[in-house]
Design a protein around this ligand. Structure first.
Ligand code: AMP
Ligand code: MG
Length: 485
C-alpha cells in the first residue's frame, strides 16, 4: 500500500507508539551516541511487516494496521530522540576509527513479553555524523536480502536479529554493486542489542576507561542479568560471551551460512547474529567459499568463521582489560574451541537425524559426511533435505536403500566415500530400536527445511520485483522457507 505524505490522524492510537519504551542507552549519557533526525522520503510503501514478532511485543497483529508501520517506521512520527550510536571496529584486520551508525539509528528500546530488552534499529533512515561520504540509505534489494536472511536463519535455529518492517522509500540510489539507479528502502531491525564489540573498542581508542566500565555494567545489567550480583561478574560475562559466540558460529556453520563481513563492528555484545549485507548460504561444502566480492583474500570465507570470531573475541580483550584481569580473559577464551566443536557436533548430528548420539561412531559419521559433501560437491542443503525427504525406516535393515531414491547418490565409480558413509550411517541406525525410526524422520525434517536461500533463489524473487513490481514470489519464498517435510 502507498500512503500520501499527509499527517496521520490516528497517531495517538498507533500501537507502536504506545509501547513501553525504555531509554536504557539514552540513560547512559551522550558519550555513546549522537541525537539525529530521520530523512524525509518521497514514498512510503510497506513491503514487509513481520507479524510473527508482534506477539512478543504484546501486540496482536490484527490490531496493527499497515498505516501504523508506515507512520512509525518511515514517516517517523511521534517518537524521538533517535540515537546514532558511536563505535569503531577492526575491518578486514585494520582498525577503523571512522565508523558509527552511518545510515541507521536506534529508534527505541522496548521490553518484550519475555522480560528482555529489545532494540528497534533502523537501516537506511538517512545521514548521521558517521555517514562519511555515504548517502545514509539502504537499497531495496539490500532490504529484501536482509529480511530474507534473518527469517531463513531464524528458521534454521540461528540466534538472529529479525526485521520488523521494510518500507520502500522512492529514492533512486547509485551503487557500484547493483544495477543503478536502484530503488531505496528503510528497514527496522529488532535485535537483542546494537552494542557491538566495536562500541568498546572505540572507548579504548579514546582512552575513556571509565566509560568502558559503565558500558560493561550496562551490558551485564540488561543482557547478562543473572550475573549482576556475582563478585566476579566481569570475568563471568566474558566467559559467557565466548560461549555464546562459539554457539552462534556453530549455528552459522551447520546452517551453511557465510556472513561475509565479520568485522568487529558487526559482532554483537549479546552474541546475536545481525547485519546481513553480502552474505550467502553455501551452495556446496566448499571451505573457501567467500560471500563478499570485496573480500579479496578470503579472510571471511566459510571455514574461517570460527577462527575469525575467536580472533574478534581476543581483540575485545584489549578494551575489557581495563575492567577484567588478563588471566581471566585468557581462561575465558581458552574454552572457545571446545564450546564451538561441541555445539557444531550436536547441530550436525541433528541434521543427520540424531537428537543425541553418544556412541563413538558419531564422530566418524561426521567426518565422512564432511568428506562426502566436499568431494562430491552435492548441494549442501540439498543433501540434508534429500535425507529428510527420502528417509525410510527400512534404511535400518537394508543399507542399499539409503538415499537410493535420491539423485545425490553418486555414480558407481565415485561411490567409495559414499559407501563408507552409508555403512556407518546404517551401523548407527542399528543402535536404535525400529520404533525410534519415526523420531529420526522427525528430527531430519525439523532441522532440514526444504528450501534453502541460495543466491539464485534470491535473484529469482528479485527479478519479478524489478520487472513488474510483483512481490508475490518474495512473499511466497518467506512462506516456503518455513516449510518442513
Ligand atoms: P556495514 O557495512 O553496513 O556494516 O557498515 C559499515 C559502516 O559504513 C558503518 O559505519 C555504516 O553505518 C557505514 N555505511 C554503510 N553504508 C552506508 C551508507 N550508504 N551511507 C552512510 N554510511 C554507510
Ligand atoms: Mg555493520
Amino acid at each position: 500500500m502507498t500512503l500520501a505524505k499527509t499527517p496521520n490522524t490516528k497517531n495517538t492510537l498507533n500501537p507502536f507508539l504506545t509501547l513501553n519504551y525504555e531509554p536504557a542507552l539514552a540513560s547512559l549519557g551522550d558519550d555513546y551516541y549522537d541525537e539525529v533526525v530521520a530523512a524525509e522520503f518521497p514514498q512510503h510503501t510497506l513491503r514487509w511487516r513481520n507479524d510473527d514478532l508482534l506477539p512478543a511485543l504484546g501486540l496482536n497483529p490484527q490490531d496493527v494496521e499497515d498505516e501504523d508501520f508506515l507512520t512509525a517506521f518511515s514517516l517517523f512520527q511521534g517518537r524521538k530522540p533517535f540515537l546514532a550510536l558511536r563505535y569503531h571496529g577492526y575491518q578486514f584486520g585494520e582498525y577503523n576509527p571512522q565508523l558509527g551508525d552511518g545510515r541507521g539509528f536506534l529508534y527505541g528500546q522496548v521490553r518484550g513479553r519475555d522480560g528482555q530488552l529489545y532494540d528497534f534499529g533502523t537501516k537506511g533512515s538517512g545521514r548521521t555524523p558517521y555517514s562519511r561520504g555515504g548517502d545514509g540509505m539502504l537499497t531495496l534489494k539490500g532490504g529484501v536480502r536482509e529480511v530474507l536472511a534473518a527469517e531463513a536463519l531464524h528458521q534454521l535455529g540461528v540466534k538472529t536479529s529479525r526485521c520488523l518492517s521494510m518500507i520502500e522509500t522512492g529514492l533512486s540510489l547509485w551503487r557500484g554493486d547493483e544495477p543503478s539507479p536502484t530503488r531505496s528502502s528503510v528497514m527496522v531491525r529488532m535485535s537483542s542489542s546494537h552494542i557491538r564489540f566495536g562500541t568498546f573498542e572505540r572507548l579504548y581508542y579514546i582512552q575513556r576507561h571509565d566509560l568502558i566500565q559503565k558500558l560493561l555494567d550496562h551490558v551485564i545489567e540488561h543482557y547478562y542479568s543473572h550475573l549482576v550480583n556475582e563478585p566476579d561478574k566481569y570475568a563471568l560475562f566474558y566467559g559467557e560471551l565466548v560461549r555464546r559466540v562459539a554457539e552462534l558460529v556453530a549455528q552459522w556453520m551447520a546452517a551453511g551460512f557465510c556472513h561475509g563481513v565479520l568485522n568487529t563492528d558487526n559482532m554483537s555484545i549479546t552474541g546475536e547474529s545481525f547485519d546481513y549485507g553480502p552474505y550467502a548460504f553455501i551452495p556446496t561444502y566448499d571451505p573457501y567459499f567467500t560471500a563478499a566480492y570485496f573480500d579479496y583474500y578470503k579472510r571471511y570465507c566459510y571455514s574461517q568463521q570460527p577462527g575469525i570470531c575467536q580472533l574478534n573475541l581476543e581483540l575485545l580483550q584489549q578494551p575489557l582489560r581495563s575492567v577484567v584481569n588478563k588471566a581471566d580473559l585468557e581462561a575465558g577464551l581458552a574454552k572457545f574451541g571446545d564450546d564451538y566443536f561441541a555445539a557444531y557436533r550436536s547441530l550436525m548430528l541433528k541434521k543427520l537425524g540424531f537428537e543425541q548420539l553418544t556412541i563413538p561412531e558419531a564422530d566418524e559419521l561426521l567426518r565422512l559426511t564432511m568428506q562426502f559433501l566436499q568431494d562430491s560437491q552435492v548441494g549442501y542443503h540439498y543433501f540434508f533435505a534429500e535425507m529428510a525427504r527420502t528417509f525410510s525406516a527400512k534404511w535400518r535393515d537394508e543399507p542399499g536403500l539409503i538415499l537410493n531414491l535420491s539423485d545425490v547418490l553418486p555414480t558407481a565409480d565415485k561411490s567409495a566415500i559414499f559407501d563408507n558413509w552409508c555403512f556407518i550411517y546404517h551401523q548407527i541406525l542399528n543402535n536404535f530400536h525400529p520404533d525410534e525410526m519415526e523420531n529420526i524422520a522427525k528430527t531430519l525434517n525439523y532441522y532440514n527445511p526444504k528450501t534453502a536461500l541460495l543466491r539464485p533463489v534470491i535473484e529469482s524473487i528479485w527479478e519479478p520485483i524489478v520487472q513488474e513490481d510483483n512481490w508475490q514470489p518474495f512473499n511466497n519464498l518467506l512462506q516456503t522457507i518455513k516449510e518442513r517435510g
